[in-house]
Design a protein around this ligand. Structure first.
Ligand SMILES: O=P(O)(O)OC[C@H]1O[C@@H](O)[C@H](O)[C@@H](O)[C@@H]1O
Length: 273
């Protein structure tokens, strides 16, 4: 999809020809193409680029709250703020910074600095979220890298390596269950938080395979809105639930507490195999 020029973006490239585009609104990765031209991320053609709501697709940043796990905005405010670009002078990486402002203090009364580092190497995109407490009192947060992967058909997509992991099923009456399937397939909406999930997962999409690794983000969210959910979203075409699946790396079950001057970092590293 064409990214409108009203959205300031930074484009990074690897020496091998991989490229990624990141919006300063939300420090939101909008596109990641491997050198063969394959787009790996889903971005909705109906995404709202007005800067009034989060962009549907790419990699939204959920901070300082995942979903409704707290009193603040759903998925926090980081995905709907303008971030600052920090030029490291490297064509293959981009760093973005968000610090407390009057607006963030009105939503969450803490002084903080968040950085997002996006880096490309051959067939690989790494995203690091780093949070520092720059205030005088402790704070708590939850967070996620809400990655939307582009797939050719949800009916054929499979996620491997979650067998034996416990999960909260947000669709099935918020019940806690244990995953028994070796390969997770999708038939209808899926909204699950897998707790203490393995840090290595595989997404199979017919001929393609992605290795999805996380570091220091123990929880994994699988989300697909299904047909009905897709129809309810103004910023997603009705049939697009077929062409995306979110595999989110999160720090959700246990909130992180940071004391003054402490820093936490979590990563998602995605490799096209
Ligand atoms: O529409 P939003 O705010 O971007 O959220 C999308 C989805 O994000 C997922 O992370 C949540 O588990 C879902 O419950 C939610 O519907």
């Amino acid at each position: 999809m064409l990214i409108p020029s009203s959205i300031p973006t930074i484009r990074i490239t690897s020496p091998e020809g991989d490229e990624a585009t990141v919006s300063l609104f939300g420090a939101h990765v909008l596109s990641w193409k491997t050198a063969d031209g394959q787009e790996e991320l889903y971005l909705s053609e109906h995404a709202d680029f007005s800067r009034n709501k989060a962009i549907r697709g790419g990699i939204p940043i959920c901070f300082p709250q995942f979903a409704d796990h707290g009193p603040g905005n759903f998925h926090g405010f980081a995905r709907t703020m303008m971030w600052h670009y920090v030029d490291d002078g490297k064509p293959s990486q981009a760093r973005f910074r968000l610090s407390a402002t009057e607006e963030t203090l009105s939503l969450w009364p803490h002084l903080f600095q968040v950085e997002l580092l996006v880096a490309l190497t051959e067939n690989q995109l790494s995203v690091m979220l780093q949070v520092t407490n720059t205030g005088q009192k402790d704070f708590e947060f939850t967070a996620a890298l809400h990655s939307y992967f582009r797939i050719s058909d949800i009916a054929h997509a499979k996620i491997n390596n979650l067998s034996g992991t416990s999960y909260l099923d947000k669709i099935d009456s918020l019940t806690n269950q244990i995953e028994t399937r070796q390969a997770i397939t999708f038939s209808g909406a899926c909204d699950r938080i897998y707790y203490d999930a393995p840090d290595t997962l595989y997404l199979h999409d017919q001929k393609r395979q992605l290795l999805i690794q996380s570091k220091n983000m123990p929880d994994t969210v699988l989300w697909n809105p299904g047909h009905e959910g897709s129809m309810k979203m103004a910023d997603m075409p009705d049939e697009d639930y077929k062409f995306m699946v979110c595999v989110e790396a999160g720090q959700i079950k246990s909130a992180i507490t940071l004391k003054p001057n402490e820093t936490w970092a979590g990563y998602q590293i995605i490799t096209a195999l």
